[in-house]
Design a protein around this ligand. Structure first.
Ligand code: C5P
Length: 322
């Protein structure tokens, strides 16, 4: 009899987030180059009388305990597909910044799904799990698979990408999160303001950068840094200008990382976490120390990519009763 299952799930950074026009249903077409990074949440599921979420970690008070938490929705969706009652306690040990642009909520959804699947022994195929992930949110399938991948559609249609080495990053978390829909909305507003239009009829289809994919394949940090700075607004992240517009202090954080010697500085996804690429582990440590002392962020953490996707790390079995 299984007593509990623990799953570890990584955060992500978008090496490229090319945002196309808004579709009539409100989502944007993306060319999204995801890198899983070694900052993790750990999700532990235990049989219980009813579905319940508990959270620990420095930002625990900002994590919803109700059915809006993707971990709860993952358990409910999987249970509904298999005619099971989702009677489970889901404990989230949170280390990924909350509402930070690093897919922390998506990680918890993917982690709870994998953990409940193992606890209930549903026999679901990988395809079924990925379909449920896509229903939960655009970034959730990537949280399940990890590594490095290109996400098309709204980000959920994944193709694995080759990566030739380890990249060293620093992540500067901000005080307070940013709402992803608000940042996409600001991106639309800035495009409309420029007179360029913001629908799929106005914006060219987003495409992955060949130079960026080459740099990843070669494991070449210097070439990757050049590609990270090569987008239309001086960033491979089309949401960066929108995130900075909503949170102007991010410009100071980005500048502090560049001055500290980062090869490249960019907003992670929809922000407000900022990501800094370093040459090597020592370079990352130097940038993190300078950022922490700069007063422009709440914390600065080093992490490497790629990292594995959601992985079962513990299975506790109850001793059979005599
Ligand atoms: O899919 P997810 O729930 O993570 O998306 C959150 C919000 O981000 C959506 O409601 C939408 O406003 C925005 N979004 C978008 N285009 C995408 C992905 C997300 O506009 N491709």
């Amino acid at each position: 009899m299984i007593d509990s299952i623990a799953v570890r799930v990584p955060a992500k950074v978008n090496a490229q987030l090319a945002v196309g026009g808004r579709r009539p249903h409100g989502f944007h077409d993306l060319a999204n180059v995801f890198l899983a990074v070694g900052l993790y949440d750990e999700i532990t599921v235990t049989p219980a009388d009813e579905l319940r979420i508990t959270v620990e970690g420095p930002d625990a008070d900002q994590v919803p305990r109700d059915r809006t938490n993707l971990a709860a929705r993952a358990a409910e969706l999987l249970a509904a597909c298999h005619g099971i009652e989702p009677k489970v306690r889901i404990h989230i040990a949170k280390d990924i910044p909350v509402a930070g642009g690093m897919a922390g909520g998506s990680a918890d959804g993917a982690g709870a799904l994998l953990a409940c699947d193992a606890l209930w022994n549903t026999g679901a195929s990988r395809e079924e799990l990925l379909d449920i992930c896509a229903e939960l949110g655009s970034d959730v399938p990537f949280s399940l698979v990890g590594g490095v991948a290109l996400g098309r559609g709204r980000g959920e249609l994944l193709t694995p990408l080759a990566v030739g080495g380890t990249f060293h990053w620093v992540f500067a978390a901000a005080d307070g999160g940013l709402s992803t829909p608000a940042v996409y909305g600001e991106c639309d507003r800035l495009r409309a303001e420029r007179g360029a239009g913001d629908t799929i009829d106005d914006v060219p289809a987003p495409e992955p950068s060949a130079a960026l994919l080459d740099a990843l394949r070669a494991g070449d940090a210097t070439a990757l840094a050049a590609a990270l700075a090569a987008g239309p607004d001086g960033s491979s992240n089309d949401l960066q200008a929108a995130a900075v517009s909503l949170r102007p202090s991010l410009a100071d954080t980005l500048r502090a990382g560049t001055e500290a010697g980062a090869l490249a500085s960019l907003v992670s996804g929809s922000g407000p976490t900022c990501a800094f690429l370093a040459k090597d582990a020592a370079g990352a440590q130097q940038v993190a120390t300078a950022l922490a002392a700069s007063g422009t962020c709440r914390t600065a953490r080093v992490a490497t990519s790629p990292a594995d996707g959601a992985t079962v790390v513990r299975e506790d079995r109850r001793a059979p009763s005599a």
